[in-house]
Write a protein that binds this ligand. Structure first.
Ligand code: ASP
Ligand code: MG
Length: 426
């Protein structure tokens, strides 16, 4: 008998029928003899609808009240789910984040979990109940207020519960079948991975893959939680996300698998490029520019600067599209001070990233990428690398074709097209 934590995303509990289907799945796990703790998201688009409503009554809703409002979405789904399980003849008890002992810092809308004290959950489990916990929310001890963890926060709730209860596995259910070598909507021949390391998963998530949330993967990595990402809509096994030194539960003793060099390809359409042109090529200019950009609140990703022959140089960088206007305005305000000649804004870019832990030990990984792009006649505008990732910025119109060419070049193509249930991974 194991202790299994299951997380169901909003699309898995979108209506009464879906809630009943999820209840059945939970009951089946219980029937198999396991203890079950469930973290549940708000039904369907409830969180978005509540946000819209808040914005209708106040242009900038008070953060404390916004958390009160948004946390109610998960209270609806948790109670309905517990009722559905009851009616199937099983004991189930729902708990809000604060009842479950999710202690967070006080930052409304983006709170971090600092402690989990699941006393009431343990009691309920000991009494044989199935435990349902509202995802995405917690409680701050100093302010004594309800907090929320940021969009997609129910993944983190599930992982934190799994860590605190020392669960055997944290199953994250959504409307996609697992982690793929690429987004199947961009690359139809993408394959579902049997497993992936948490460090590779983090790089993919940070570079555009949307299946799992970065904070949840980080939390799992820090606390040694085994994640199994799988689909609510099929009984097929999904993908295991393995932390350092963790064994793949599917791997038979001794039969170590050959790890591929590249785990996956990520595509990201969400960035824009800003070029600060004609910057005096003297010490301190990059510091001035990026201090201004940081003060505007923009989150810089890639940076490229060339040596100059003329005493002036261009500095290009990428930021999320939503941050670009603020960064441009801030820079324009300091143009005379910094002494650059002009600013160029380009939001027609796409970022392609190749991720694989095998890059540490294999040479020629970047050559394969550049050859594939060259054969496809695609121009590269920026390049950056980490120990296990290579990213390039291209024209956004070229990104899908580039990703397909690169996916093929690394031998990642599957035999048949992946089934896409029009899922979002939530
Ligand atoms: N309901 C919240 C959201 O939509 C949390 C979650 O789904 O994980 O962001
Ligand atoms: Mg949601």
């Amino acid at each position: 008998m194991a202790l299994i934590v299951q997380k169901y995303g909003g699309s898995s509990v979108a209506d009464a029928e879906s809630i009943k289907r999820v209840a059945k799945r939970i009951v089946d796990t219980r029937r198999a003899g396991h203890d079950v703790v469930v973290a549940v998201s708000a039904m369907g688009d409830t969180t978005d609808e509540l946000l819209d409503l808040a914005n209708e009554v106040a242009p900038i809703p008070a953060p404390r009240e916004l958390d009160m409002l948004l946390s109610s979405g998960e209270r609806i789904s948790m109670a309905l789910l517990a009722m559905a399980i009851h009616s199937m003849g099983f004991e189930a008890r729902s708990f809000t984040g604060s009842q479950a002992g999710m202690i967070t810092d006080s930052q409304h809308g983006a709170a971090r979990i600092v402690d989990v004290t699941p006393v009431r959950l343990r009691e309920a489990l000991d009494e044989g109940a199935i435990v349902i916990v509202a995802g995405f929310q917690g409680f701050n001890r100093d302010t004594r207020d309800i907090t929320t963890l940021g969009r997609g926060g129910s993944d983190t709730t599930a992982v934190a519960l799994a860590a605190a209860l020392d669960a055997d596995v944290c199953e994250i259910y959504s409307d996609v079948d697992g982690i793929f070598t690429a987004d199947p909507r961009v690359i139809p021949l993408a394959q579902k991975l049997d497993h992936i390391s948490s460090e590779e998963m983090l790089e993919l998530a940070a570079n555009g893959a949307k299946v799992l949330y970065i904070r949840a993967v980080e939390y799992a990595r820090r606390h040694g939680v085994l994640i199994h990402a799988r689909s609510t809509f099929s009984s097929a096994e999904g993908t295991f996300v393995l932390g350092e030194g963790m064994k793949n539960p599917r791997e038979s003793e001794g039969a170590a698998m050959e790890e591929p060099i590249v785990a996956g390809v990520a595509t990201d359409f969400s960035q824009a490029k800003i070029t600060v042109a004609g910057v005096p090529d003297v010490p301190g200019k990059a510091a001035e520019i990026f201090k201004i950009v940081a003060k505007s609140g923009a989150n810089v990703d890639m940076i490229v600067q060339n040596v100059s022959a003329t005493g002036r140089t261009d500095i290009s960088f990428t930021v999320p599209k939503a941050d670009a206007a603020g960064a441009l305005k801030a820079l324009a305000g300091e143009q005379a001070e910094v002494g650059f000649q002009n600013l160029v804004h380009d939001d027609q870019i796409g970022k392609l990233s190749v991720v694989g832990a095998g890059m540490r030990t294999h040479s020629g990984v970047s050559a394969t990428l550049f050859e594939a792009l060259s054969a496809a006649g695609i121009n590269i505008e920026m390049i950056s690398t980490s120990e296990i990732r290579i990213s390039v910025v291209l024209r956004d119109a070229d990104l899908a074709e580039a990703a397909r060419a690169v996916h093929t070049a690394y031998g990642l193509d599957g035999e048949a097209e992946a089934t896409v249930h029009a899922g979002t991974g939530r």
